[in-house]
Design a protein around this ligand. Structure first.
Ligand code: ADP
Ligand code: MG
Length: 339
């Protein structure tokens, strides 16, 4: 009875020997699952309340089309007004800047207007692509993150077509913040998993954390990887949001140079210490495609990558190939260097 209650909404579940505690909740459009190792029940409860509060605030404040701070900023930019951003929003905007620059703009949070044209800002998918004319009009206005200006705490944009959307970054950023929060509570061994993107710190007793990487098509796991110390594993996939029109699949990872979904991959997985950087990089490498992902990875400081091509072929950096355990046919692995 007590155990059943312990697994309720605002409490922690524990495993048989009581050393693993888990709790989960919904935020940022996904399931957030937190696992803690060797943490007492009171600390676990404090952690759970803190993370729920943090993620709930993030969900409200970072919604590009919502009533929160980011929605306000976007509407101000469209109206050519300056906006006084609070410290949290300013920190988010600043945190995404290095990845925008090092990716050569392939990761660009100013892409919200294009996301909206494709209808990926809504829960329900669109039924057809936008007219080419509308995409060309967006391309002609060329909104980019570098259009943002900062002046004494005021944010504005030289280009009113900028509409900020941190969909490719905010989950990773929130995971990093959650890990910092857990550390401040004295927690040393934990995983924060937001819909398959995760960061792990410490270990599970004397074992590393073992993580599964899902198949981009169908159910199940295609590979597994062990993580210990402090590392994030983030995947960008064409299966998260998409629709099919006339037999063609249109997904939510968009190439800001063409205005269309990036065609080369089904999924890109990146391992890196920071979940925010891994999140931005997975998106950027997905967009970069086969001829450019290596230099973009090098510029972003990323060495561990696995890419599943639209044709199902798998490519990896040597550093990734050295540690990943494939669970399906090995003949399609083409190991290569990141540099
Ligand atoms: P996933 O949803 O699989 O985690 P991403 O991290 O790549 O994938 O995030 C995709 C989201 O990021 C899209 O829904 C959109 O809001 C936004 N987005 C799409 N293309 C880009 C891009 N080139 N740069 C920045 N953000 C993007
Ligand atoms: Mg991403």
């Amino acid at each position: 009875m007590a155990l059943t209650l312990l697994c309720g909404a605002l409490s922690s579940c524990e495993d048989a020997d009581g050393r693993l505690r888990r709790f989960e909740f919904h935020a940022l459009g996904t399931l957030i699952e937190v696992s803690l190792w060797d943490v007492d029940e009171d600390t676990a409860l404090v952690a759970e309340r803190a993370l729920i509060a943090d993620f709930t605030r993030a969900q409200r404040d970072w919604q590009p089309w919502g009533d929160g701070a980011l929605g306000e900023l976007n509407r101000a930019i469209r109206a050519r007004r300056e906006y006084r951003a609070d410290a949290e929003l300013k920190a988010l905007i600043a945190a995404a800047q290095p990845a925008y620059r090092s990716s050569g703009g392939l990761f660009d949070p100013a892409i919200g207007g294009l996301v909206e044209l494709w209808g990926f800002h809504r829960e329900a998918p669109a039924s057809a692509p936008p007219p080419a004319q509308a995409i060309n009009a967006w391309l002609a206005r060329r909104p980019v993150y570098a259009d943002l200006k900062f002046d004494n705490g005021l944010v504005s944009s030289g280009n009113p077509a900028v509409w900020l959307d941190f969909g490719a970054f905010a989950k990773g950023y929130a995971i990093d913040r959650a890990i910092e929060r857990l550390r401040r509570l004295g927690i040393r061994n934990a995983i924060v998993n937001a819909g398959g993107d995760l960061r792990a710190i410490g270990a599970r007793g004397n074992r590393p954390w073992r993580i599964g990487i899902r198949q981009p098509r169908g159910a199940g796991v295609m590979a597994s990887i062990e993580i210990a110390g402090d590392e994030s594993l983030v995947t960008s996939g064409d299966y998260e949001r998409f629709f099919v029109h006339d037999g063609v699949r249109y997904h939510h990872i968009l190439d800001p140079r063409t205005g269309y979904p990036a065609p080369a991959y089904m999924s890109v997985t990146v391992a890196h210490q920071s979940a925010a950087v891994a999140d931005a990089a997975a998106t950027a490498l997905f967009v970069a495609g086969p001829s450019a992902w290596r230099p973009v990875a090098a510029a972003m400081g990323i060495t561990q990558v696995m890419l599943v091509g639209a044709d199902g072929r798998i490519e990896m950096t040597d550093a990734m190939a050295a540690r990943i355990q494939r669970l399906s046919a090995p003949q399609d692995i083409a190991a290569s260097e990141a540099r």
